[in-house]
Design a binder for this molecule. Structure first.
Ligand SMILES: Cc1ncc(COP(=O)(O)O)c(C=O)c1O
Length: 369
């Protein structure tokens, strides 16, 4: 008889993510180079040249630092914390898995503020935990009511709460006074605040400034620095919490190219590039949103560069656009079958999206509405 994995492993499906893999595009009869992808929330200007050069110059024949120590020290200086409070991951997705591995036991309860990134529920279920979703509705503009969340926390007393600030896919920030109150009322609960989109959302303060020992903040360099292929993210936490994460992570989890790139990300040149390109990205969003409004559509207002667009039947809309070589994110897997999520690109690509949209809409049969 073959060895069998844990039951939770067999029961847990993969989460659905945006950015279709190149193999999937080929299977749909599309050449990846010809596809315009609006489904991945990445800075459309790509990584800063200084970061690309640093990654290319890394010495590949040596092991990297086992726990990314030089980058942790540099991040500690940037954030004014002790290096013991910093954990660096192979993408923030690895840190999300590490949190579940370090903190969750079978039959624990976790709360996820939804609609949300699929990994929180997936890693929680893998650990055998029970997932309770608190859903923000369209009618509330996808904003969570802090009192309703507080009532659920009071009732379920979870070991962990997962939330994204500002949120993917809705683009809404979390109510920080509300979060402070939840964290204070539940000192034995770890609040994991994923700020992957913080740096691309101006005017959204970080939950780290709440200064609560049971609040862990996740950062990703995938979005603002467009380093999706490199895999680099980090967490700031109380040193005991950070220590727990480091214990479960494998040694050398951050490669030498990633470490070198991470140190380059912290240079003023990289920061200036990031800030300028993110400002441009947000301008492109404003232009796209305005164009859709002129057509009588109602993009959901939010603080992130990406936004939700109500389309009636998201999967039909996604399929239709795909035929024209345009990929948007069908939000059905977020429990939003009436919405697509669009991450703007540069003006030429955005103009093509609008042109394809107009054509696909006119030709839609059966209509996606
Ligand atoms: C909210 C959120 N957190 C984390 C991630 C994963 O980012 P990383 O590339 O750092 O693993 C994503 C990616 O889509 C995301 O949307």
């Amino acid at each position: 008889m073959m060895p069998t994995p844990r039951r939770a492993v067999l029961r847990t499906p993969y989460a659905t993510h945006g950015a279709p893999a190149e193999d999937a595009l080929r299977a749909w009869g599309l050449h990846p180079a010809q596809v315009l992808d609006f489904s991945a929330n990445l800075n459309p200007y790509g990584p800063p040249p200084v970061v690309q050069r640093a990654a290319r110059g890394a010495r590949l024949h040596r092991y990297p630092a086992p726990q990314a120590e030089p980058l942790r020290r540099a991040l500690a200086r940037v954030h004014g914390v002790h290096p013991a409070q910093v954990v660096v991951g192979n993408g923030s997705a690895e840190l999300i898995a590490a949190v579940a591995w370090a903190y969750l036991r079978a039959d624990d309860t976790v709360v996820v503020l939804t609609p949300a990134f699929g990994e929180y529920a997936r890693v929680s279920r893998l650990a055998g935990a029970r997932v309770v979703a608190v859903r923000a509705s369209v009618a509330e503009g996808f904003r969570h009511d802090p009192h309703r969340v507080a009532a659920v926390l009071q009732r379920t007393r979870p070991r962990l709460v997962w939330l994204t600030h500002p949120n993917n896919p809705t683009g809404q920030p979390v109510d920080l006074p509300g979060l402070a109150a939840w964290a204070e009322a539940h000192p034995a609960t770890l609040f994991v605040v994923d700020e992957a989109y913080g740096p691309v959302s101006p005017g959204v303060p970080s939950a780290w400034h709440l200064g609560r020992p049971n609040v862990l903040v996740l950062h990703s360099w995938t979005k603002d620095y467009a380093l999706a292929g490199l895999r680099l993210g980090y967490a700031l936490a109380a040193s005991d919490v950070a220590e727990a994460l480091r214990r479960v992570l494998p040694p050398w989890n951050v490669s030498r190219p990633a470490l070198a790139a991470g140190l380059a990300v912290l240079t003023p040149a990289a920061r200036r590039y990031r800030d300028a390109t993110v400002r441009a990205w947000l301008r492109h969003k404003a232009a796209l949103v305005a164009a859709w409004r002129v057509w009588g559509e109602h993009p959901v207002p939010g603080v992130t560069p990406f936004f939700l667009l109500p389309v009636g039947q998201a999967t039909a809309c996604w399929q239709r656009l795909l035929r024209y070589g345009v990929v948007v994110r069908d939000a059905t897997s977020f429990g939003l079958p009436g919405f697509v999520r669009i991450s703007p690109r540069r003006p030429r690509a955005n103009a093509r999206l609008l042109a394809v949209w107009a054509r696909a809409c006119a030709a839609a049969s059966p209509p996606w509405r």
